[in-house]
Design a protein around this ligand. Structure first.
Ligand code: PXP
Length: 240
């Protein structure tokens, strides 16, 4: 079964715009699950621009709700993650000035640090994924440092598709990285910038077992409703 992870960061973005409590990301997490989401993704950023510490704590304590917590390798954030114990961790690069996560981790530069962080999560039996660019070298390093999964950054592919440019080379990079990861027994996930069209394109890569989708899904929900949009994505993922 291919899984859909619903990223609810932007429910918190809307809430934070008013500095009050509505719309509540905890409610969104439970609602998404009822509508068919297989897991919930939240990103506790160092600048706390969307999800806050109290959201993280509450969402990670909801029963029967698999939570994928995205975090940077900052030691204070890692410490919080070890305390709230989500089901899954996804390590991502973080740059204070970026609007959203701009690329995959720099694994060459941070190999030892990442290996140490993964071993801490392994001790707590938390599945750890690395957000990487579609690169064979990065897949090999992911194996070396002990990652359970990789999440391939699909932002470049999404951009090429949306701007009607030739995306076959980028799709091949994603495909080859997925094939290698699968051979190395690393589970493959994909995320960033995905909409209905790009998700459909990626479902052709049979090694991808999980899609994590946020911005477009929340944006479409304004027009068509959260429940309907989640169901639409589930249908696309199921069809293959
Ligand atoms: N996966 C990861 C690792 C991310 O950092 C993000 C963005 O927070 C997403 C998926 C979701 O991307 P988008 O909001 O563009 O769908």
């Amino acid at each position: 079964m291919i899984r859909l992870g619903v990223n609810i960061d932007h429910v918190a973005t809307v809430r934070n715009a008013r500095g009050e409590l509505h719309p509540d990301p905890v409610y969104a997490a439970k609602f998404a699950k009822k509508s068919g989401a297989d897991s919930i993704t939240i990103h506790l950023r160092e600048d706390r621009r969307h999800i806050k510490d109290f959201d993280t704590k509450k969402i990670c304590s909801i029963k029967n709700l698999p939570v994928n917590l995205e975090i940077s390798t900052n030691f204070k954030i890692v410490k919080i993650a070890l305390k709230v114990k989500p089901d899954f961790i996804c390590l991502v690069p973080e740059n204070r000035k970026e609007i959203t996560t701009e690329g995959g981790l720099n694994l060459n530069k941070n190999k030892t640090k990442i290996k140490n962080i993964i071993s801490k999560f392994k001790k707590k039996k938390i599945r750890t994924s690395l957000f990487i660019n579609p690169s064979l070298n990065d897949v090999k390093i992911s194996k070396e440092v002990g990652a359970d999964c990789i999440e391939i950054h699909t932002g470049r592919l999404a951009h090429l598709v949306k701007s009607k440019k030739n995306y076959s080379k980028e799709l091949n990079r994603i495909k080859n990285s997925s094939i290698l990861a699968n051979k190395l027994s690393i589970e493959v996930h994909a995320g960033h910038g995905l909409d209905y069209k790009t998700t459909k394109i990626l479902t052709k890569i049979k090694q991808i077992k999980e899609f994590n989708i946020g911005h477009y899904l929340i944006g479409e929900s304004i027009f068509y409703g959260f429940d309907k949009v989640i169901k639409n994505f589930k249908k696309i993922i199921k069809k293959k």
